[in-house]
Write a protein that binds this ligand. Structure first.
Ligand SMILES: C[S@@+](CC[C@H](N)C(=O)[O-])C[C@H]1O[C@@H](n2cnc3c(N)ncnc32)[C@H](O)[C@@H]1O
Length: 299
């Protein structure tokens, strides 16, 4: 998800170098804990959306994963029915369990299948269609957005979360190793991302100008806005766990592509017995930015 220059960091995928063949169900705990950590960012993004689309009847979360944002959508729009759509049924199971726990199950449904075609199975058009870091997993992003737009009711809004900035967790100079480790990991992620996209079924190279793609899908009134997740040091246990899980995946995925010095630095950062590790050092933080692009179907 990110890129093409979306610098979104789907760090969970790094383990999979096999061109987009991602084990989504296996990523459930990571997707869920990441989305929970990012909840303050999503809440602000949805509050912004709620000012554009005030009283939707049907809200669709396309590529919902385990449904953290789907449930936030249900909370933000108490009058709406929310349908979480995803290719991975085990993730939708989690979404349903979450809706049950949060007391919104009576107006919450799921739909399993391949995007964008599965949207044809919706009973009626959506007033708000949210796609959070999912479009970049579809081979033909332009066609996908056109299909999403085709499932909007007149006056409906399409909101696509793509792009932003790579997350930062640590100072540039850690006090050991060569400064700039995260920037070098970002560069490797970009390579992985490009290969992931190139390997998707029906992959089409596209200029990732999201407002232009929304306009090409026939939608008007484009807006783009970026939202920060700013969790300064000292980090909570949850933020530390996220940083450790993310760096650990990067170590597993890209370790072989780093030089010996950077590998040793990552090993220190991940060693719970090391005072300089992300488990113990006082300067760990989470700073990230995600961009949401919206546009509306004419009445
Ligand atoms: C990076 S996750 C994002 C999950 C969630 N929207 C979030 O922001 O946390 C991408 C999601 O898109 C789903 N997905 C990817 N390709 C898909 C496809 N072709 N059809 C349906 N779902 C797909 C995956 O199963 C996964 O849940």
């Amino acid at each position: 998800m990110a890129h093409e220059h979306d610098h979104e960091h789907d760090q969970h995928h790094h383990r999979h170098h096999d061109h987009g063949d991602i084990d989504w169900a296996g990523m459930a705990p990571l997707l869920e804990s990441q989305a929970e950590l990012y909840a303050p960012l999503y809440e602000r993004a949805l509050a912004w959306l709620a000012r554009q689309q005030t009283d939707p009847g049907l809200v669709v979360d396309a590529g919902s994963g385990p449904g953290v944002v789907s449930c936030l959508l249900a909370e933000t729009f108490p009058g709406a029915r929310v349908v979480a759509v995803d290719g991975a049924e085990p993730l939708l199971e989690r979404a349903r369990a979450r809706a049950e726990r949060l007391g919104v199950a009576d107006r919450f449904g799921t739909l399993a299948g391949e995007l964008p075609g599965v949207l044809g199975d919706l009973d009626y058009p959506a007033d708000l269609l949210w796609a959070g870091r999912s479009v970049h997993h579809l081979g033909d992003q332009r066609a996908a957005l056109a299909a999403f737009a085709g499932r909007l009711a007149p006056g409906g809004t399409l909101a696509v979360l793509e792009g932003g900035l790579p997350a930062r967790f640590l100072p540039r100079d850690l006090g050991f190793g060569r400064p700039g480790l995260q920037a070098r990991l970002d560069a490797l992620h970009e390579e992985w991302f490009a290969q992931m996209r190139a390997g998707l079924p029906g992959s089409v190279a596209e200029t990732e100008d999201w407002p232009a793609l929304l306009a090409a899908a026939g939608l008007g009134h484009p807006h783009s806005r970026s939202f920060l997740l700013d969790l300064p040091a000292p980090a909570t246990g949850r933020a530390r766990a996220h940083v450790a899980a993310t760096l650990s995946r990067l170590r597993d995925s890209f370790g072989d592509h780093l030089d010996a010095g950077d590998r040793a630095t990552l090993d220190r950062l991940l060693d719970p017995d090391d005072e300089g590790s992300v488990h113990r050092r006082p300067d760990v933080f989470v700073l990230a930015a995600h961009t949401v692009h919206t546009a509306t179907k004419s009445l």
